[in-house]
Design a protein around this ligand. Structure first.
Ligand SMILES: [Mn+2]
Length: 495
């Protein structure tokens, strides 16, 4: 049962027990469209509401895992106060905001997704006491409930502090008390920067950029090896993503009648229904757009005879994302040249995936895939009479391979980005690491160094690979990759 469902079934009416608050009375709705509230209306809105306190909540599914993650953090920074904010809403315009997504660090350590939340690890003799600071339920007595733009009447019910404690397994306090508490606190402090300006202002005299960076780096490196909960989430994300790709194949005729936006919208629907969101802007690149690595305008024509490069991932409700690319013939069949290029990329990906195993260097799968691509480019006569070794030495294949062959994957699509080089690019793979293997070949429409028929063809194949004890597991292998299997799969879906 999901967190949302559990909230609903366990809801029951209880006698009113308003939560204590020190908030100032709200005099008028912010950005108020309705000035002139009568005393009688204000008085009426204060009372006559049933309480809906939730009882008997079970901890969220990953509570044990978040506790272990906090324990690892605690062990790394003994005797120091550690502050990890979720972040705040970002304004889109006036009083509308972008959809909120908590900072990865906060969600990783708490399992919570509440805006304005802050996790604090308070040093004790033996380790740390964790507290999560949250906005409590809206106060009805002071009008916040209906007069504040973030009052529950407008944005929906929040967990009470007591409910949050039960769900997260972490003691909860009122976040409005935190800035003052942090200002008064003594002793060493570290903060994850970039998420909450108010918290940073309260800590400004107590932290240094260098020490805060060490905290950020630790939390990035801690995520390199995934725990069992995370691996299950990544699999879930890949399965939902596969369903999204199937959805797209089924509506390619509608995309041909409109634009790449139809593909983007179709995948987004799957992401919202089966998960929380897309994990990154979907790349829905038909025809020559496939050669633009981050084509996210998605406003181009979709034409039979061209290829569609679709790079998209569903993010689960617990914020783990897939990152999958398939390059599909829009009419269901590759032309001979499209197939030749596609099969070369497939061969490179196979070589890359085979190099993903415990004890291998992170760079190995990139090198393996690049070698295959260089061999093909030489074989096709695109690099004169240079040898494969010389091409690789000079990196000349990169005119058409363009990017690295993969990256860590997790809550962030480019996960663990703050990890030190020795823990990532120069690191050694171990079981529990999850990464993408995504070689590609891209012949720009205006590339005069390749035969005309190559121009405007872009192919990438990307899968999400988990390092296991004895090799690897392809988490996204429910989607076909081999060219003939892709065609058979499309024929079946297009029916
Ligand atoms: Mn990727």
């Amino acid at each position: 049962m999901s967190y949302k469902e559990r909230q609903i079934v366990s809801e029951e009416l209880t006698p009113e027990t308003p939560e204590a608050t020190e908030a100032e009375p709200v005099k008028q709705r912010k950005n108020g469209l309705y000035p002139g509230i009568s005393d009688e209306l204000a008085e009426s809105m204060k009372s006559g509401w049933a309480d809906t306190t939730l009882h008997g909540l079970e901890p969220i599914a990953q509570a044990e895992h978040t506790a272990a993650r906090r324990a690892a953090l605690s062990a790394r920074f003994p005797g120091e106060r550690l502050v990890v904010p979720a972040g705040n809403l970002k304004t889109r315009s006036n009083d509308t905001e972008y959809a909120f997504r908590p900072s990865t660090e906060y969600a990783y350590l708490t399992g919570d997704r509440t805006q304005d939340g802050v996790l604090v690890l308070e040093p004790t003799g033996a380790g740390h006491d964790a507290t999560v600071y949250l906005l409590p339920r809206s106060d009805r007595a002071n009008g916040e409930f209906w007069l504040d733009g973030q009052g529950e009447l407008w944005v929906g019910r929040r967990s009470s502090l007591g409910e949050a404690e039960q769900l997260l397994g972490i003691p909860a306090k009122d976040v409005r008390e935190l800035p003052a508490a942090l200002t008064e606190a003594t002793g060493p402090v570290r903060n994850v920067r970039g998420h909450d300006a108010g918290i940073e202002a309260a800590l400004t005299d107590k932290v240094t950029a260098e020490r805060d960076e060490e905290l950020r780096v630790f939390l990035s490196e801690a995520r390199v090896v995934k725990d069992a909960f995370e691996i299950a989430e990544l699999k879930k994300a890949c399965d939902a993503t596969a369903r999204g790709f199937e959805d797209v194949v089924k509506v390619l005729d509608k995309a041909e009648a409109t634009s790449e936006r139809y593909i983007e919208g179709t995948f987004f629907l799957r992401a919202r229904v089966d998960g929380n969101d897309i994990g990154y802007g979907s790349i829905c690149a038909a025809g020559a757009h496939a050669t633009t690595l981050h084509w996210v305008r998605n406003d181009g024509a979709v034409r039979a005879g061209d290829l569609l490069l679709l790079d998209a991932g569903v993010e689960t409700d617990e914020l783990y994302t897939a990152d999958v690319t398939r390059t599909l013939p829009i009419n269901g069949s590759f032309t001979p040249l499209q197939r030749k290029i596609y099969d070369a990329v497939y061969e490179a990906q196979e070589a890359g995936i085979a190099a993903v195993k415990p004890g291998a260097a992170f760079r190995d799968f990139h090198d393996a895939a690049q070698r295959v691509l260089a061999e093909k480019l030489v074989e096709w006569g695109l690099l004169g009479d240079l040898s494969v070794e010389k091409v690789l030495e000079l990196g000349l294949q990169r005119r058409w391979t363009l990017h690295g062959t993969g990256h860590m994957l997790g809550m962030d699509v480019h996960d663990c980005a703050a990890a030190r080089t020795e823990s990532y690019v120069d690191g050694i793979l171990e079981p529990g690491v999850c990464l993408t293997v995504e070689p590609g070949l891209y012949f720009q429409a205006d590339d005069l160094t390749v035969p005309e028929e190559y121009r405007g063809i872009g192919v990438r194949i990307e899968d999400d690979i988990l390092v296991t004890e004895d090799g690897n597991r392809n988490l996204s292998d429910t989607l076909p990759r081999r060219s003939d299997e892709v065609e058979a799969w499309m024929a079946r879906l297009k029916g």
